[in-house]
Design a binder for this molecule. Sequence first.
Ligand code: ARG
Length: 479
Amino acid sequence: MYAVTEAGLDLWGGRFHEGSDERGADFTRSVEVDSALADDDLVGSIAHVHGLAAAGLLTAEEGNAMVAGLEALRTEVAAGAFAWDPALEDVHLNLEAALTERIGPLAARLHTGRSRNDQVATDLRLWSRRAVAELDAAILGLERALVTLAEREGEAILPGSTHIQPAQPILFGHHLLAYVEMLERDRGRLADARHRLNVSPLGSGALAGTGYPLDRAAIAAELGFDGPTANSLDAVSDRDFVVELLAAIALGMVHLSRLAEELTWWSNPRFGFVRLSDAFSTGSSMMPNKKNPDPAELVRGRAGRAIGALTGMLAVLKGLPLAYQRDLQEDKPPLFEGVATYAASLLVLAGVLESISVDRVRMRAAADEGYITATALADALVRRGIPFRLAHHVVGTLVAEAEAAGTGLEALDDTTLMAALRTVGDPAAAALGADPGTPDLLRAAASVDAALASCDVVGGTAPSRVAAAIAAARSRLGA
Ligand code: ARG
């Protein structure tokens, strides 16, 4: 297909008289990266051939011969048998040369009405669509692992925290389902990005459109696109979809990183809430005692790289005039790496959760620290007519008393409880302070179980709410 001159391979037709310098060729070559687009490129070429035939630019026999050659190349690529030639710069030129070898001079008609600019934009959209499907399945896999763990250990009680300080008791299942919410939003962002990326640039040519009567809508439909792009300049230079995917991936990785961070704390012996299985831990080359949560740490670390992929891509785009610029070739490494990293992180965290063991006793014991039922106790006072700010003050004095006495709120004696009610000048507090049933009422309200049960609102941690939320998640996700 390409004439070979004395100076070297003649890739660029008659205009060039010298072969390229090795340093230039090495620098511009992309086949090591974009060979991942091979099947998408061939599928796009097949649709383009159908378009050329429909427009009368190829006879039916020519079209069939070309499609047969392209299908044969798909098989060769799928079998890993395709020999990539680095001298042929990129995936597109490699495949066109291979088609020439297979079907001869007829292959020279394939690139009619097409540029690598609309070609690569099409390939990358097809690739991205497949990537979204793969990521969506992996997110669902992690959601299932979270829900399965919630079904198994969701009734375990642990201290919920804010500011990394003990705050209020929560159910472990409630905590796990918080991540399911994040992951569902992540799925939504990917679906949204897919919706916008699913249009066909084919027929946009290098930048201005094509001089042949190609039925762009029919070609788009054959490729499963919702329709053709509306502006040829935009079509060849738009990489918004890469940014959108990388943004969805970066945020998804941030969510995974937060979960990973919690796993590192929970598995620390000081917490002892969970034990990671040996299968998802690593030891130390020097310290025989060590069992480290390396998969979780690496998810956290790779979230940093995913954020870098997004910011890197934005920086590539920010100074580019219309239309296609070669800078756009730099879209693939961050996108490919971002997708691979996210998929692998989702898989490994699902494995970690599937094999984790939970120490309910240690979790529950931690809930006895930090006076985490104080809010529930204040709420009980409010239910007896005391304004919340005053109730907050009363319970604050009780926390100080309990701290001084080295006891829990639910173990405070009658005298202390009654005295605290007298620290505020409020008729409801006075009435409560005169009622002999008050100390038992307050001690009961200060129990962890009562605190949990009191958060009985939509989205709250009351056991009945959590059980219903777990069941709803299960029925949505299936087994
Ligand atoms: N490898 C190129 C890319 O990924 C393909 C398009 C090349 N187009 C061009 N006019 N040089 O962007």
